[in-house]
Design a protein around this ligand. Structure first.
Ligand code: ZN
Length: 216
């Protein structure tokens, strides 16, 4: 995104923005820390601060004249520990996140779907399409039933991979893509992090069975 700024640059108040902090991963209302400038009577450029008191991360932002966030730097980063997640799945997911951060939403939607497909394949989930395969994952992970029910609203998961085409991805809103990315993160955590934590706790129990009994 290139914005050329020619004088005069008027001052304007773009107001607070709602976004997810690229530093701490918390969603919040980011207040301005200096006066915004209006460029080409089209863009509002300024600086915002993360509301989290332990973070206070700084963002450069570009808004449209209605106050909608068009761009921020640093780009959004997803706070997700990569340990125990297969490298090929992380690689695909990183591409989905990077494309999203660069406002390449169609590419991000394709890679988000690809990530979910790879997870299902790695876990041996079965079903006639991606949605049913993810439902099949329910046997292996602990996630609220409501999350699986709400998943039916995601068009990103419709169709079979061989039938889905670029037009379907173009119709997907950024809001829907955000939800799909969040869902993917929760599935990754539930599959690869919680199960790893559980096995570590079981190892402890096997190692110190007497102590466990004492506390019982
Ligand atoms: Zn933050």
């Amino acid at each position: 995104m290139k914005i050329t700024a020619k004088e005069p640059l008027s001052y304007i108040d773009g107001g607070p923005i709602q976004t997810i902090c690229p530093y701490c991963g918390h969603k919040g209302t980011f207040e301005a820390i200096s006066r915004d400038r209006c460029i080409q009577d089209q863009y509002i450029c300024g600086q915002r601060l993360c509301p989290d008191k332990d973070c206070r991360g700084h963002l450069f932002v570009v808004l449209d004249r209605s106050g909608n966030l068009l761009f921020h730097y640093p780009f959004r980063n997803v706070s997700l520990k990569k340990e125990n997640i297969p490298a090929s799945i992380i690689k695909t997911f990183d591409e989905a996140v990077t494309c999203h951060a660069q406002n390449c939403f169609v590419a991000s939607a394709i890679m988000t779907r690809r990530t979910l497909e790879e997870i299902c394949e790695e876990q041996g989930a079965v079903g006639k399409n991606l949605k049913t395969r993810i439902h099949d994952l329910q046997k292996k992970i602990l996630l609220p039933q409501e999350l699986f029910d709400a998943m039916d609203e995601l068009r990103l998961l419709d169709h079979d991979a061989t039938r889905i085409n670029a037009d379907v991805f173009k119709q997907i809103s950024t809001q829907e893509l955000d939800v799909a990315l969040e869902l993917t993160i929760e599935i990754l955590k539930a599959l690869y992090h919680y199960s790893s934590l559980l096995s570590k706790m079981r190892e402890l129990k096997n190692k110190y069975p007497e102590q466990q009994d004492e506390f019982a």
